[in-house]
Design a binder for this molecule. Structure first.
Ligand code: CA
Ligand code: CA
Length: 440
């Protein structure tokens, strides 16, 4: 039961009258039990898909002996190796590209077997190599060997039964890829994830019409895992944004992959109150059209996130029943923006009460993109262009501009949420309270 503020106040008043003679606990303490510290908090009941079944408690029940405060990569690795349940508190900045002594590792330190970007560019220039087959041979082998060395350094597995939280406003995991792989029950909160750059992007001339540079590292990768709650994190490329990368072979030299990717049979994930900023491929839910792994899974709730100058995959969905509500989309640049919601194969997105703030040059029909899906429910969204806020029917706008049309009925109605705010209120609440430093 959810009480209005007035009803709760009346109840509290009634309780306080009834318990006047009781010294402790006070009536107000009974109505509002003490707030556990951040590291001991669990996902509230009903808060999205991650609350289904056994819910998401992370490492909240860890004994005091298994609470780790870490400020170096080596300490973080040791904390992940400790028995569960475990609480990991990040203090300050941890840079994944540092050796055991804490010295900075540069890309050249990972390079193996003679790999240099200059040599790679010379060998696989389409004018030399053509566009029909993927690179192979000694330099591609050297690139892969170099990448394997970086992967061993910066991609860290997160065990089940883990809570990892930042202390205060300044906890940063930089140049790291957290990998939540084939486990259950993980909480990730109040961390600034920054620039998981790949030193060794791979050229694929067969990817798309013009080829693409692809990179390996998400900030957070969730694969084959359940009950994951990512909350109040900030995802950014810091001083190394996608928009500042060079162009090679006529294509952007992409050194990043996703910010929060949820794939490979993962299920029951809630992503709430995060800030995703200045990035291209932001949130991928499902990485393959092959139904074997993902059918009936990839159920994710995405709420109260701030997508700030994020270019695509906000999120892009395959197969899952994905509830996207009360998010704030800020799209300042028509030239770089690709789309917001990607309607992929088998996807059932239910999107409601989001706030879309677009610059005048952005076509609202581009908020949806059809990646082979057939239907999406959208309702109660608002669009702000200039100073004007008005309702927008995303599917109707999309269908008026594009063919084939998308059905406006994704075929389900979300039940797991803790209340939907009016879309008009979302710009203020999310811009003020999403991201790091807003929970304690
Ligand atoms: Ca990825
Ligand atoms: Ca149409």
């Amino acid at each position: 039961m959810k009480l209005s503020t007035g009803a709760a106040a009346s109840l509290a008043a009634a309780l306080s009258v009834a318990t006047l003679s009781v010294a402790t606990p006070s009536a107000s303490a009974a109505a509002h039990p003490p707030h556990p510290p951040l590291a001991r908090q669990t996902l509230p009941a009903g808060d999205g898909w991650a609350s289904a079944g056994t819910g998401t408690t992370g490492g909240s029940a860890a004994p005091a002996s298994n609470v780790h405060t870490v400020s170096t990569r080596a300490q973080l690795v040791a904390a992940f190796a400790a028995p569960g349940p475990r609480i990991i508190q990040v203090r300050g900045t941890i840079d994944g590209n540092t050796d055991a002594a804490g010295a900075k590792l540069e890309c050249a330190d990972y390079a193996a077997n003679g790999y240099t970007l200059a040599a790679y560019l010379a060998a696989y220039d389409p004018a030399v190599w053509g566009r029909d087959t993927e690179p192979s041979g000694p330099l591609e082998d050297a690139r892969a060997a170099s990448a394997a060395r970086q992967t061993a350094q910066i991609k860290l597995k997160v065990p089940g039964g883990t809570t990892i939280v930042g202390i205060g406003r300044n906890a940063v995991l930089k140049g790291l890829n957290l990998h939540v792989d084939k486990v259950d029950n993980v909480i990730i909160r109040n961390i600034r994830f920054e620039d998981s750059a790949d030193c060794f992007p791979q050229w694929d001339p067969t990817d798309g019409d013009e080829g693409n540079w692809n990179s390996l590292y998400d900030n957070v990768s969730v694969t084959g895992s359940t009950h994951v709650w990512a909350d109040h994190n900030t995802f950014t490329d810091g001083d190394n944004p996608d928009s500042a990368q060079p162009v090679h072979f006529g294509r952007p030299y992409q050194v990043h992959d996703g910010q929060l990717d949820i794939t490979s049979g993962s299920d029951l994930v809630t992503a709430s109150w995060n800030r995703f900023t200045g990035h291209d491929k932001t949130m991928l839910i499902g990485s393959t059209n092959n139904p074997a792994t993902d059918t009936g899974k990839l159920n994710v709730t995405v709420h109260h996130n701030h997508f700030e100058n994020a270019l695509q995959r906000l999120p892009r969905v395959r197969f899952g029943k994905v509830h996207v509500y009360n998010n704030y989309y800020e799209v300042p640049d028509a030239a770089s923006f690709v789309y917001a919601l990607g309607v992929g194969v088998g996807s059932q997105i239910f999107s409601e009460s989001n706030f879309y703030r677009l610059s005048r040059a952005v076509d609202p029909a581009k908020l949806l993109y059809d990646w082979g899906g057939t239907a999406i429910t959208t309702r109660n969204d608002v669009l702000r262009v200039g100073g004007t806020v008005k309702p927008i029917d995303l599917v109707a706008v999309y269908n008026a501009a594009e063919d084939p049309d998308l059905s406006p009925d994704a075929g389900w109605t979300p039940a797991l949420h803790t209340g939907i705010d009016p879309a008009a209120s979302v710009r203020l609440s999310v811009s003020q309270h999403a991201g790091v430093g807003e929970v304690r």
